[in-house]
Design a protein around this ligand. Structure first.
Ligand code: NAP
Length: 464
């Protein structure tokens, strides 16, 4: 038994990343009875909340209300936020080992996966990651440009991110201007010439990665119809049998909605959303360096040796004209200095959230939660149980005395180190000034907030 975690010697935890899994780490640690804990959370951006701010779609404000619970956690005495402080640039593992007993990495999966087809790097071909970050006002993406003068857009992948991207492209300015979409995106989208948006799923409706509310929402556009080919909405015998088994409630609801769309008459709205199934891009065709079309192959579904239905290409090809293409086929984590990484999975190497070395042995003091632990899956709430599992291990290891032995385990010493490395750090009260300024600006326009999209603007408000 160690005496760490008592009034005399609080457990000191550094949390790298301020998204949902970072904040669920905080709330889980606060729940541990009898544990006295001090937590310092770091983020490379001046603003907290990770994908809740920069990933959740602006027209999904309800999903963002989780920040109220995060704020409650942040208001605890043992919590401090250090925004604008980057792990690997301003602070390093060797610094953290001097002031903390445990370090938790909750840095998410910021990179997109590639399609691996010819033409993917043509102008006009982008990752959904960039587009999402751009319309959400992420400072690293604020100056990106997307050619919305194109009439035909293809979105590859059929998960919820693809749904978000297609929704933003299909909505009218009136639908978007009541959200907290970045001003630059609203201005660009107000000039949009987009008429056709194609979402391409490589498997069938029963295997689609979107969730029931998201596919249902597609039928609610003011100015866009949903088109699904009846032949592609129909299920093959194996998919039907799997659905009839009744276990996958989401798939049952998804298929109902898809088949309803396939039967619904087109109302001739100005924009058309085409949701395609069992098709894969095989090439992005270009002219003068710019994408002009996507070559597709139609797929058959074949049951593999694990009983999963896989897409297998046929020889039936088609070409869809498109001047703008977004790939939305999942995310990958970014390796962090001094932290073992599993390159095939794109996650920190870990067992249940305990970071492990090359031989699979836990590295004392290092932990992870969220997408960088398990990969990019689940909804915001999934990170709660994910963090809970890791915190369980942190507490067990604390009891067993397995952790760092910091030479200066004090809040003051850590603060002195951070001030020396990044004098422009943003505290939680500083963030509240940014938050208040954004919300006040939003009230004047009947919007939830108007976001600052440049770090310099944020710092001016925080420090001014
Ligand atoms: P996702 O749910 O994993 O979907 C990825 C999609 O890409 C799947 O349809 C997958 O098809 C397809 N795909 C993968 N490789 C492909 C390839 N080479 N060619 C064609 N298609 C390919 O990922 P995501 O959409 O990025 O979402 C990440 C997570 O965030 C998910 O858990 C999602 O639910 C969550 N999220 C939730 C919300 C919300 O709750 N509203 C919003 C956004 C994101 P296969 O199934 O065939 O592999």
């Amino acid at each position: 038994m160690s005496d760490v975690g008592t009034e005399a010697n609080p457990l000191r935890v550094a949390i790298i990343g301020s998204g949902p899994s970072g904040f669920y780490t905080v709330s889980n640690l606060l729940k541990q009875s009898g544990l006295v804990v001090e937590m310092d959370m770091f983020d490379r951006l001046p603003t907290p909340y990770g994908l809740v701010r920069a990933g959740v779609a602006p027209d999904h404000q309800k999903d963002k209300s989780v920040t109220r619970a995060y704020e409650k956690s942040a208001n605890n005495e043992g919590f401090r936020f250090f925004g604008n402080v980057e792990y690997g640039t301003h602070i390093h593992l060797s610094d953290l080992q001097k002031h903390y007993h445990q370090v938790m990495f909750t840095t998410g999966s910021p990179f997109d996966r590639n399609l691996g087809v010819t033409g993917e790097n043509l102008e006009g071909s982008h990752s959904a990651t960039e587009f999402v970050a751009w319309y959400n006002g992420h400072p690293d993406f604020a100056d990106r440009a997307f050619d919305l003068s194109q009439e035909n857009v293809v979105v590859v992948g059929i998960g919820n991110v693809a749904m978000d991207v297609a929704r933003i492209l299909c909505k009218t300015v009136d639908e978007l201007k009541v959200t907290d979409i970045a001003d630059h995106a609203l201005a660009a989208l107000s000039q949009s010439k987009v008429k056709n948006v194609y979402i391409l799923g490589r498997r069938g409706p029963a295997q689609a990665a979107f969730t029931p509310p998201e596919i249902k929402e597609m039928g609610e556009f003011a100015e866009a119809d949903v088109n699904i080919l009846p032949a592609e909405a129909a299920l093959d015998a194996h998919s039907q049998a799997t659905l009839d088994a009744g276990e996958d409630k989401n798939a049952i609801k998804n298929v109902e909605t898809v088949q309803r769309y396939a039967e619904t008459a087109n109302e001739g709205k100005p924009r058309q959303l085409h949701i395609r199934f069992c098709v894969s891009p095989t090439e992005l065709i270009g002219d003068a360096g710019h994408v002009t079309a996507v070559k597709l192959v139609q797929n058959d579904l074949v049951v593999d040796d694990r009983g999963q239905q896989k897409a297998v290409a046929t020889d039936r090809e088609e070409v869809i004209p498109a001047g703008l293409v977004f790939r939305s086929v999942g995310y990958r984590g970014q390796p962090l200095p001094d932290v073992p990484f599993n390159d095939s999975w794109g996650t920190i190497a870990n067992e249940g959230g305990r970071v492990v070395d090359d031989s699979g042995q836990p590295v004392a003091g290092l932990y992870t939660a969220g997408w960088i632990k398990r990969g990019p899956s689940g909804v915001i709430g999934t990170n709660k149980t994910c963090a809970q599992e890791t915190v369980g291990h942190m507490v067990a290891d604390l009891d067993a005395g397995s952790m760092f032995t910091p030479e200066s385990p004090s809040a003051e010493a850590a603060l002195a180190m951070i001030e020396a490395r990044q004098p422009d750090f943003v505290s939680f009260p500083d963030w509240k000034k940014i938050d208040e300024a954004e919300v006040t600006k939003g009230q004047a326009e009947d919007r939830p907030r108007v976001k600052f999209t440049q770090v310099a603007e944020m710092l001016a408000v925080a420090k001014g």
